[in-house]
Each structure stands twice: as C-alpha cells, then as structure tokens.
Design a protein around this ligand. Structure first.
Ligand SMILES: [Zn+2]
Ligand SMILES: [Zn+2]
Length: 91
C-alpha cells in the first residue's frame, strides 16, 4: 500500500482518487470538511463545487440558476465510483 486515497496527480491541478480516478481539482488550504466523514473537501473544478471523495457526494446544492452550465451537467454523484458501480448506466 502506501497509496493515499486522495493524492496529487502528476499533472498540475489534478487529483488522483483511489489510485484510479483523475479529476481536475484541488484541496484549498482553508477547505471545508465533509459533514459526514470530516475529511477535507475537494474543490472540483469542472463543476465549480466542493465534493467529498470519500463519501462520493456533493457538498453543495445546485446553485439554482436556470441554465447554469455547471449544474446542468452535474451527475448524481461526483465520482464514477468504479469499484462499486461499474457500467451502471441507464439504458
Ligand atoms: Zn465525506
Ligand atoms: Zn450552477
């Protein structure tokens, strides 16, 4: 082992989650904590929102702007969760 669940990817501005999922984002120094697990939240750049990678949840609601390009494309969960729900797509 020795791989952290959340670590910096080799590419600047990216994080590697669970050694498998690379996302564009970072953990700000004054980051908020997840209300469930208390781990520091990740700022998930493409969706302009904080997430918890451990719980795989969004820590912010949608902004409520109709036609907001961030929220419009927001999946139900921030991470694909490869281990648990591989290939789960609605047909
Ligand atoms: Zn959490
Ligand atoms: Zn929005």
């Amino acid at each position: 082992m020795g791989t952290k669940f959340v670590e910096k990817a080799d590419e600047e501005g990216f994080l590697l989650i669970d050694g498998a999922v690379k996302i564009e984002g970072f953990i700000p120094e004054d980051s908020v904590s997840c209300h469930k697990c208390q781990e520091p939240a990740i700022y998930y750049e493409p969706f302009d929102a904080f997430i918890c990678a451990y719980c795989n949840i969004w820590l912010e609601g949608r902004c409520g702007d109709a036609g907001c390009r961030y929220c419009e494309n927001r999946p139900e969960k921030p991470l694909p969760n490869e281990n648990q729900r591989r290939r789960m797509r609605h047909s």
